[in-house]
Write a new protein. Structure first.
Length: 211
């Protein structure tokens, strides 16, 4: 796996306001956790095969009156034009289970006045280091998220006993006992999640979704 980091280009569809300083020296590292038992994600719960580590330097805010509130981590998957925010943080780094293929960058969000900085340098990852062993679940269960209707759909030939929604910090933010075939997720914040489904046959299926 080779990560490429380059300077920001103007074609990105992210608001740019010169008065809001930009984070610098963004770096990205991806680890295949099936070979490394712990790589920056060791404090998180979960068994995902990829651990992503994002780090950057704080912008110089000495010349502005705005307050720096937090940072946005943007991701634009290969083949798409619109970037999404996959995480926000007040720290200068974040690690979570995630295997991205596409472009990534950081912005800083400010208040008084409100605004968002231009993107940092871009880091791109175009392939994953090792093919992930995929559980053959197609015949048993299908998990689909309809972003237009904000509905999570489940199709299963066996009974489902529980469904968990796990965020990028590895925390379970929603639990459903004996889940219905359709679950409304309109109150869920934008971002990246793992859907974890338990069956009556004591099996566990996981699938990533982006809201």
């Amino acid at each position: 796996m080779k990560t490429i980091c380059v300077a920001f280009f103007l074609f990105l569809t992210v608001p740019v306001f010169g008065q809001f300083p930009t984070p610098t020296n963004f770096t990205y590292r991806l680890a295949y956790t099936y070979l490394r038992t712990c790589d920056n994600c060791c404090s998180l719960s979960g068994v995902e095969p990829y651990c992503s580590n994002f780090m950057w330097n704080a912008p110089d805010t000495t010349t502005i009156t705005s307050r720096l509130n937090y940072y946005n981590i943007y991701y634009r998957p290969i083949g798409t034009q619109t970037p999404i925010v996959i995480a926000t943080t007040t720290s200068l780094g974040k690690s979570f289970y995630f295997g991205p293929t596409g472009d990534m960058w950081i912005t800083a969000a400010y208040s008084n006045p409100n605004g968002e900085s231009a993107p940092s340098n871009i880091c791109s990852n175009f392939n994953l280091p090792i093919e992930v062993p995929i559980v053959k679940q197609a015949d048993k269960i299908k998990i689909q998220f309809d972003n237009a209707l904000q509905v999570l759909r489940l199709q299963s030939t066996i009974s489902l006993t529980k469904l968990n929604l796990i965020n990028t910090d590895g925390k379970t933010i929603k639990e459903f006992e004996n889940p219905d075939t359709e679950l409304k997720l309109t109150d869920l914040a934008r971002g990246f999640y793992v859907v974890e489904v338990y069956t009556s046959e004591n099996e566990v299926f996981r699938q990533k979704i982006i809201k």
